[in-house]
Design a protein around this ligand. Structure first.
Ligand SMILES: *Cc1c(COP(=O)(O)O)cnc(C)c1O
Length: 266
């Protein structure tokens, strides 16, 4: 369970983050209910996930399979047996940042956002509902096989590299070049067990985030011509969520601003 001190810390941070998101949405003339907060819980314990869950956060993301699998199991076990009896977030505190649906999911929705290695795909497919970091064709077949074998449907975002040509580049933040997004999304859209949701990106280092997110929006708009339902734009972290909301992001991946400065991974 979450200690009272941790719950208080998380509640203050969450209120701050929600305020930032709502202000950014207002500034962009957007409805905050279109924005999904995804709490990036890497390096933080299951008790913190349970704390945010109790406060109404329903989406969580991890970037390392070895860390995520036991954490997800611990969260599910606590929700099944804990004093809250598995009751999810309070009514009215659903998926969206504000004014969400009256009832959220029965358990957290888990996203994988880390670099994908093919030998980890089967393990990830056991706990992840979303995989946001698909950036190579060979991953698509592996994910599809794993999803079908597990009787699951994985929601997929293709990760786009936003390094500007001639920019700092080679920073290794992952992602497929914008010009290759079309062929990769076709593979995902046609793969059994996978649902194409949209695109994900991390702002490049050493460049302003806003023009990079504007490039991502252009990539997304091109994708919508062939896949009008693939509307997800996953962009924006603790330091640049306002820029992401201004450029059409639908899913904000927030770690530090919710949990605190990351601790070293054991
Ligand atoms: C860690 C991480 C985040 C969250 O970053 P913060 O700056 O802590 O909010 C978002 N996306 C990805 C892919 C990450 O690895």
């Amino acid at each position: 369970m979450t200690s009272a001190a941790d719950l208080a810390r998380l509640a203050v941070n969450l209120a701050d983050v929600r305020e930032r998101i709502e202000a950014a949405a207002r500034a962009a003339g957007r409805d905050p209910a279109e924005l999904t907060l995804v709490a990036v819980s890497k390096t933080w314990p299951a008790s913190d996930v349970l704390g945010l869950w109790a406060l109404g956060v329903t989406h969580f993301a991890e970037n390392r399979e070895q860390e995520a699998a036991p954490k997800v199991a611990a969260v599910l076990a606590a929700l099944a047996t804990g004093p809250s009896g598995g009751g999810g977030p309070e009514a009215g505190e659903g998926t969206a940042v504000a004014g969400g649906p009256p009832a959220g999911p029965a358990s957290p929705v888990w996203h994988f956002v880390g670099q994908l290695q093919r030998n980890k795909v089967n393990a990830i497919a056991r706990w992840a509902d979303w995989v946001q970091s698909v950036d190579r064709p060979e991953l698509v077949a592996s994910l599809s096989r794993a999803a079908v074998a597990g009787g699951r449907v994985l929601t997929i975002c293709v990760q786009v590299c936003l390094d500007s040509p001639g920019g700092a580049g080679a920073a290794g933040r992952g992602g497929v070049a914008p010009g290759d997004v079309g062929s990769l999304t076709e593979l995902v859209a046609n793969a059994e067990g996978l649902r194409l949701a949209g695109v994900m990106a991390v702002a490049p280092r050493g460049e302003p985030a806003r023009p990079a997110f504007a490039r991502l929006r252009t990539v997304a708009e091109r994708l919508w011509r062939d896949h009008p339902d693939a509307r997800v734009i996953s962009a924006g972290m603790s330091g640049d969520l306002e820029d992401a909301v201004a450029e059409g992001a639908t899913h904000l991946r927030i770690g530090t601003a919710l949990f605190g400065e990351r601790r070293p991974v054991p």
